[in-house]
Design a protein around this ligand. Structure first.
Ligand code: C5P
Length: 413
């Protein structure tokens, strides 16, 4: 396969930690090492016990020019390079081939050998090239593991459709070494215009206690806020995500602070300052109990009950008015069901933020809790209407706009 020279060049000087697990495709890892080294990358290998049934440590060592690590409890290995350091010294962790069993281990956070321990301990991104029988690939258990890992930000290349060593045909064959090399190069070639910048993102709902067992909440899924944190981190920003309770996994490469109430969220946001950009995507509860009950409230005999509520702090407005701690760019969201742009413009002025991302959340749009979003970006007097797109894509586009804006602000006038 012909390679784009500009992308392949991105491999020069990079360090790849290659985890080789048990599968017939393990022999292709040898060719992958050769390609990576030819392009100037350093490769260090971790071999699982099952992997060593298919390739020998000696061949991996000969091609990588480095010691091969396989034993979690080896005194010599640990004294030379402990499993934590091994997991952090690389720029990217690549698992090729990744067996169904190893994907399951990754998804469940198991750490019973060196390879899985390294995966759990790493602070680097992970690229996985699955390799397995078509039925194992299609099994709901594998697909569920895959979905979990994707949600955590793990990247995948392949598998391809094709004839398998077991005589069956279908998806499951490991991507070719050249395709894996391209995916690795693509990762390193990604622009990082926000490197050296810091970002704060709020996400999810807040829970406001009524009594020790009940709370006021809303239906926010946190999908949009989490996707924004992930997108900003991918562009290189040191990103803190302050999130209310959600069912979502922590995005890769992001510092996550979990909170419950609006007041906790505000405190966590203040702790994260100073930052260059703050994006408030959380659906903060407007109200909390004026006084939450210390004990579970009893039903009693009365037919009605009134709760006395008190307004919560407005986090977006507070960050916009944070004096010398104010982020250079403060972005809010406005969920409206009518006159979307007009109301969002008024909100921008009221809150004192720089940009508002206005979205139509009327019931027929399915935005709340769904995967798609239709938004307008209101930046000063300019309004851009973006086509309906996935929340992930809204996040990427917004992160790009933020990078452009911060980049322009940094240029000497
Ligand atoms: O006023 P409204 O809730 O519609 O404003 C939405 C915007 O304000 C969102 O960016 C949301 O994250 C933010 N907000 C906040 N704190 C609140 C209420 C809203 O940060 N208490």
């Amino acid at each position: 396969m012909a390679q784009e020279p500009s992308k392949i060049e991105a491999l020069a000087g990079r360090r790849v930690l290659l985890v080789v697990t048990g599968g017939i495709a393990a022999y292709k890892a040898l060719e992958l090492i050769r390609l990576l080294r030819k392009a100037g990358a350093g490769v260090r290998c971790v071999l699982t016990r099952a992997g060593s049934e298919f390739v020998t440590p000696l061949s991996l060592q000969a091609l990588s020019g480095d010691k091969v690590y396989s034993d979690l409890f080896s005194l010599t290995d640990e004294s030379e390079m402990g499993h934590i350091e091994l997991s952090r010294a690389a720029d990217l962790v690549v698992v090729a081939p990744a067996s169904a069993d190893f994907l399951a281990k990754m998804a469940h956070g198991r750490a019973d050998d060196l390879a899985s321990t390294v995966l759990l301990a790493t602070d680097k991104e992970t690229l996985v090239a699955p390799s397995m029988n078509v039925r194992m690939w299609q099994h709901p258990a594998t697909q569920a593991n895959l979905a979990t890992l994707r949600q955590r930000g793990v990247r995948f290349v392949g598998p391809d459709d094709g004839d398998m060593a077991c005589g069956e045909y279908g998806p499951g064959r490991m991507a070719e070494p050249a395709a894996i090399q391209t995916a690795i190069a693509g990762y390193f070639a990604q622009p990082r215009p926000l490197a050296g910048r810091s970002a704060l993102v709020t996400s999810g709902p807040t829970h406001e206690p009524i009594d020790p067992v009940r709370y006021i909440a809303n239906r926010s899924s946190g999908k949009q806020g989490h996707a924004i944190a992930s997108a900003l981190a991918r562009l290189g920003a040191a990103t803190t995500l302050v999130t209310g309770p959600t069912a979502l996994a922590d995005p890769a490469g992001v510092t996550v602070r979990r909170v419950e109430s609006a007041r906790d969220m505000l405190a966590a946001c203040r702790d994260a300052l100073p930052v260059d950009v703050a994006v408030c995507a959380a659906a903060v509860a407007d109200w909390r109990m004026a006084e939450a009950a210390a004990h579970k409230m009893k039903r009693g005999d009365q037919a009605e009950l009134s709760l006395r509520l008190q307004q919560n702090p407005d986090i977006l407005a507070a960050l916009s008015a944070a004096g010398n701690q104010r982020p250079a760019l403060v972005v809010g969201f406005a969920a409206e069901t009518e006159r979307v742009v007009e109301l969002a413009r008024a909100k921008r002025a009221r809150k004192g933020c720089d940009w508002i991302v206005a979205n139509d959340v009327s019931a027929e749009t399915g935005t709340f809790g769904g995967d798609d979003n239709t938004v307008h970006l209101i930046a000063g007097d300019d309004t851009e209407t973006w086509p309906r797109m996935r929340k992930q894509d809204v996040a990427d586009k917004l992160a790009e706009r933020i990078a452009e804006r911060l980049g322009a602000a940094a240029e000497p006038s």
